[in-house]
Every structure is written in C-alpha cells, then in structure tokens.
Design a protein. Sequence first.
Length: 157
Amino acid sequence: MRNLKNYDPGNDDDSIMPMLWFGLIYGLITSFVLFVILKMRQDPKLSNVGKDGNLASMQNIKIKLEPISSEEVKEKKQIDNLTLINGIGPVISDVLVSNGVNSFTKLSKLQPDQILEILQKQKIRLANPDTWPKQAKLAASNEWEALKVFQDSLKKG
C-alpha cells in the first residue's frame, strides 16, 4: 500500500493516466486505419460483418456455378455491326448494344415502338426505326443482296 503521508499529487511517475491516454489514442488510430482499409476494398462481404457481429456466417458462403451453353457463349460474344442498318449510326448502335440489342437477330425481333422507347430513354429523338427490324432480319439471315436492294428502295422513296 502507498504511504499517504508522502503522497505528492504532482508526481506522475506512478500515475496510470499516461497509459490510459496511450491506449485511447492507439485504439482510435487502429479503428480508423481498419475503417479506411475496409472502405478502400469495397468488399460487401466484409462490410456486412459488423452488422450481425458474426464472422462464422461468412464461412458458409456458397457460390453457385451454372454451366453456360455454347449458344449463350456465342450470343454473348456476337456483337453485330448494327451500323449496316440504314438509319443506325455509331451513337445509336452504342445505345442499342448497351441495352442488350447487340445482334441483328435481337433487333429483328423488336417492334419499332420498342426501339423508340430504348432510344428515348437515352434522349435520342431523331431516329425512325420503322424499317430497322426488317433490315435486321435480312442481315441476320445473311441476305445481303436483298438488304442492299431494300435499302436502295428506301433512299429512292
């Protein structure tokens, strides 16, 4: 026990306060660094750990792998040059591709009003897609001569 007769409150050698301050500052800095690291990683699995406080739930994460058919792979790789259709330029082609219309076959299955709706969402108003499905159907079936004749008739009319 400490002898209270000789106790000097100005003597900090025996005080616990410096250790408390060190622990507090160390804990704050460590927490801040961990927060920054998790934010930089932008990992949704790690950001959910603190919500339920259970790390064990992360051990049971399962990833579902599904086989992809060769037609799906071919369809994803196939991006037709939609600018071959009369009335479609590079900008409209990019808009259509970004909305999933990346082939002549897909374009041929759309109605003109559906195409207009896609274009209007991107603020494109000067397009007239009335003949695009028919042109796309000819291009999808590799009827290039018939497509050329049809496009020439559009230019004359």
